[in-house]
Design a protein. Structure first.
Length: 257
């Protein structure tokens, strides 16, 4: 028979277990509640130096950076002051280059300076724009500089195995891709249901150009097994995904070199 009035000590013990379990779960969350919904990611690249700087920032200050030069790759993860993140998101929302419904014509043919490609949620819609960094305005550039300066204090990430990143294939690139796979035989469309079994891949195609962390070798191997089993066109670290959500070029990138 179940005791309708369990001892107070047992109730207290159970409460403490729940409390400490809750703390442990919270400690391993990469972002605080609601921060994931307000996240931006961007790449600054320079044709002149060959350097590419990736930065991802959440509303609570959680941050990831990856700097790639011709010889090295360095990844950092950590947290910057939330106020700096708040200031930067304010400048994103105030930037005409990002929020404009009719983007200005973007001529980059002869431009040799730094190019900023940024993805951010504006009024619930994921937008991506590409302009010279100077086009975003002085206030934006200042806020960006402050965030970047704060990120330099973060520790170098040595345990992360790599990243998964996707890029939608559209227009002429899509036509070229279709010609390539037609030579290889039939290419099956992968259902979203099957992609859901691979959380990093699902997240990557929902948020293109974002570097999705692959924490260990097992996660990388799981994706490579998926490539092989599905007969996807490409290689172990560069493959193409024809899916019910669209067509994507997918890459597994190193976290360090």
């Amino acid at each position: 028979m179940i005791n309708p009035n369990p001892p107070v000590k047992k109730i207290l013990a159970l409460s403490l277990i729940l409390v400490f379990t809750g703390i442990a779960v919270h400690a391993f969350r990469p972002y605080s509640d609601g921060a994931e919904a307000k996240t931006c990611w961007m790449t600054v690249s320079s044709l002149k130096t060959g350097q590419a700087y990736y930065m991802e920032l959440a509303a609570d200050g959680a941050m990831v950076t990856r700097t790639e030069t011709r010889k090295t790759i360095v990844t950092k993860r950590g947290k910057i002051p939330a106020q700096l993140a708040k200031d930067f998101f304010r400048e994103i929302e105030n930037s005409d280059a990002i929020t404009s419904q009719s983007p200005r014509e973007n001529k980059l043919v002869f431009y040799k300076g730094e190019i900023l490609k940024i993805s951010a949620y504006i009024n619930g819609e994921l937008k991506r724009v590409e302009y010279p960094l100077t086009n975003f305005g002085e206030a934006f550039s200042h806020a960006f500089g402050e965030v970047k300066k704060a990120s330099e204090k973060m520790a170098v990430e040595n345990k992360l195995k790599g990243f998964l990143v996707t890029e939608p294939i559209e227009g002429a690139a899509l036509a070229e891709f279709q010609v390539k796979i037609s030579k290889e035989g039939e290419s099956k469309i992968i259902e979203t249901y099957d992609i859901q079994k691979m959380p990093p891949l699902l997240k990557a195609i929902k948020q293109p150009h974002r570097l999705i962390a692959l924490e260990n070798g097992a996660e990388v191997k799981k994706i490579q097994t998926f490539i092989s089993m599905r007969g996807l066109y490409g290689l172990r670290n560069l493959f193409y995904l024809p899916s019910t959500r669209g067509n994507f070029k997918c890459q597994i990138l190193d976290a360090a070199k």
